[in-house]
Design a protein around this ligand. Sequence first.
Ligand code: MF3
Ligand code: CO
Ligand code: CO
Length: 284
Amino acid sequence: MARKRKNWVVPAGMQPTEFDLRILSIQEKGYIVPTRQLVKTPEQIEGIRRAGEINTAILDMLEEKVREGMTTGEIDRLVAAFTERHGAVCAPLNYEGFPKHCCTSINEVVCHGIPSDEEELWDGDILNVDVTTIKDGYYADASRMFCIGHVEPKVKRLVDCARECLEIGMNAAQPWHFVGEIGKAIEKHARKDGFSVVRDLAGHGTGTQFHEDPEVDHYDTHEKGMLLVPGMVFTIEPMINMGTYEVFIDEEDGWTVVTEDEKPSAQWEHTFVMTDNGLEILTH
Ligand code: MF3
Ligand code: CO
Ligand code: CO
């Protein structure tokens, strides 16, 4: 039998605090607890908050600019220029070889769409723009949906349901409870509308790297997953599909994630910090 991971360690010579003892006692019972690195200091949280302010300003700027006829390549240039003017860096560029400054995902594209000058926004499209900003070494990650012109009511419902799923997931995450509550609550809500929840991609810890632990699944895994304690910073970013939850990756570019049945998908994302009273949004 595999030995249980001992994630939480009190450094030699340090007196365990009440906080340490509370985590250690949960770890002793066999639950997965965070490592010390995943619990951010107040200084780190302030840094992530500043990255979040720029990230939010970028998405607000896009709300003013995104319109029918524009290309996703233009959106990418707007994100790049705005980020640079604010003394920040676009995390996606060159991340594991990603070629652009943000992700733009239209209709049946679930996520990781690559901006292109060849790709125009049409009436009735739904678009996700996912922006991640690095400021002074700290990361904030968020995405929003943009409805172009007249979107079909059923598709609009998908977009709204995905936003509700993010809010419901946020409210399900409580300190000293487990990450698994998030996906359980989200899947229940998505199913009410007959929609499905993507399983192959998850939310994630963030803040001092782009992607950290824990993995934040958006569906019901029937597992508790990692303990959530105050100071942890992570995203929730449910991808909700009109049809099947199955997805595939475009072989040509190695990035674009598409629904298996080519029906539409919608996603909203925020970066949060866990507090004593639940999640606080850092990308508002
Ligand atoms: N921003 C995405 C997320 O929410 C990750 C994009 S990775 C990239 O985790 F390389 F495609 F940018
Ligand atoms: Co993310
Ligand atoms: Co993102």
